[in-house]
Structures are given as structure tokens and as C-alpha cells.
Design a protein around this ligand. Structure first.
Ligand code: SAM
Length: 248
């Protein structure tokens, strides 16, 4: 896709006030332009690729842009994060907004669907993103490869699978001391108890349940923070499909 093929039917709303009130980050003019280009690219590609059902400007801003950035909380201004992986990134969320916000983070964006990663590869030069590394793979395979296993400071996973499955995907990829953030909607005590047991098998623990509401539609969100405290046993992640068939 070249720049002339990204049409820009609508502008994102001006949300300066909400950024300032809700997130410890504020977009520069250049970053606002990049977010707008991302929006236009998704809407344009969506006509053929069916990437997302969220295409109205305000809803896109809240559910894709704001949500992606708010999910990482205070880490947005953290200086010790360098290598980040977005697992099951789809059309690039939460990875792409974060790559725009933190050009010093090296973002690996993984998805098993080639057309979604193809979309990200095409738009990255248009948006001027040099810090992203798109990859087509099943995450269970990546988790057993030495160039990815135990390599990341931060793993993000939004709308991919149930929490215990997400933990099996994410924890093997982290360095000791690294953080995984599971982006969830609702969250129950029972899910927390079950996740606690799963995470213990994977060499980690739950450190925080961050509950918040989105600023326009007041939808409930929970971001579950896991910390890697010990090497994950080589048995995990199990072979492709097994985490889904037999969740921990
Ligand atoms: N994270 C994006 C978001 O929040 O908009 C996309 C969510 S989409 C519902 C889930 C994505 O996870 C799909 O693109 C799917 O291909 C990918 N996915 C699911 N299981 C996966 C796996 N085991 N390895 C790699 N990608 C996976």
C-alpha cells in the first residue's frame, strides 16, 4: 500500500484533555499524525481484509488507541523496557499504538494469520515506524525458539484466548523480572484463582489486577499483570493447539 492508497475519510477526534487526564503520556503533533495514518490505513484495508469491526473514529480512538496505551499503565514512561512482544496482534493492537508512543521500544508483533501481518508490513513504512518486527508464527512455536524464549521485558496479549492460555503463551517469552500484561474485559475471582495456579507452573506470579473504565463508553477493563520470577520449564509452551485443548 503506498501513501496514495491510504484514504482518509474521517479524522480522529481531538482527545487532548482525555489523554492528559487518564494516561501518563501525551501525543506530540507527529505522533497524532501517525495515529491518524494508522486509523486511515486500517479503515482502508478493512474493505478487503476484515481486520476489525471498530471503524468509527471515536470508537476506534477509544477501543483501539486509548485502550492499547492505557493497558500498560505506568510502564508507558518506564525507561527499563526495551524488548516488547505483542502476541496475537491482529491488525496491530496493542502493538502499533505503543510503537508510535515509544519509538525506543523494539516491538515484535506476532500473529498466526499471514494476511494480518502482511497488512502491518505494508503500512509500517507509510506510518514511518522503524521499531516494529512483524512475524507470522504460532506463538507456541516461538516460545520454544532460543531467539525468542526468555528474551522479552514485556509481553502484551489482548483478546486472544482465556487467561490461563495467554499465560502459557506469554511467560516462556519473558526474561526473569519481565512483565506480561493480559488485557481483559470482565474479570472474576474464580478466574484469578485459576490463573494463580497456572502461572505458578510457568515460573511467575500475579502482581496486579488493574481495573479501569474506558473514558467514553465507560466499559469495564481489567489488565492482569504477571511477573516472571523463575525460568519456565522447557515443557512449556506445549505443542501448537495443546494449550487451547487442555488449558492449565
Ligand atoms: N490483539 C488484537 C486486538 O486486540 O485487536 C487481535 C485480537 S484477535 C481477536 C486474536 C488474534 O490472535 C487473531 O489475529 C489470531 O490469528 C491470533 N492468534 C490466536 N491464537 C494464536 C496463536 N496461538 N499464535 C499466534 N497468533 C494467534
Amino acid at each position: 500500500m503506498n501513501s496514495s492508497s491510504i484514504s482518509s475519510p474521517d479524522c480522529l477526534p481531538n482527545m487532548d484533555g482525555i489523554w492528559q487526564e487518564t494516561i501518563d503520556w501525551f501525543p506530540t503533533e507527529q505522533q497524532q499524525l501517525k495515529l491518524q495514518l494508522l486509523y486511515a490505513a486500517v479503515v482502508t484495508a478493512n474493505r478487503n481484509l476484515n481486520l476489525t469491526r471498530i471503524t468509527e473514529p471515536e470508537e476506534f480512538w477509544e477501543k483501539h488507541l486509548w485502550d492499547s496505551l492505557r493497558g500498560v499503565g505506568a510502564l508507558i514512561s518506564n525507561q527499563s523496557v526495551h524488548k516488547v512482544i505483542d502476541i496475537g496482534t491482529g491488525a496491530g493492537f496493542p502493538g502499533l499504538p505503543l510503537a508510535i508512543a515509544r519509538t525506543d521500544w523494539q516491538m515484535t508483533l506476532v500473529d498466526s494469520t499471514a494476511k494480518k501481518i502482511g497488512f502491518i508490513q505494508e503500512i509500517a513504512p507509510e506510518i514511518g515506524l522503524k521499531n516494529i518486527h512483524p512475524l507470522v508464527s504460532r506463538i507456541e512455536e516461538l516460545g520454544q525458539q532460543s531467539q525468542h524464549r526468555h528474551q522479552y521485558d514485556l509481553a502484551l496479549i489482548r483478546a486472544v484466548a482465556s487467561a490461563n492460555i495467554c499465560a502459557e503463551y506469554a511467560l516462556p517469552l519473558l526474561k526473569i523480572g519481565g512483565t506480561a500484561i493480559l488485557y481483559r474485559g470482565n474479570w472474576t475471582e474464580e478466574e484469578g484463582d485459576s490463573l494463580e495456579l497456572a502461572v505458578a507452573k510457568l515460573g511467575g506470579g500475579i502482581t496486579k489486577v488493574d481495573r479501569f473504565t474506558t473514558p467514553i463508553s465507560n466499559s469495564i477493563r481489567h489488565c492482569i499483570w504477571l511477573e516472571k520470577t523463575a525460568d519456565t520449564h522447557p515443557y512449556y509452551p506445549r505443542a501448537v493447539g495443546i494449550p487451547t485443548l487442555k488449558p492449565l
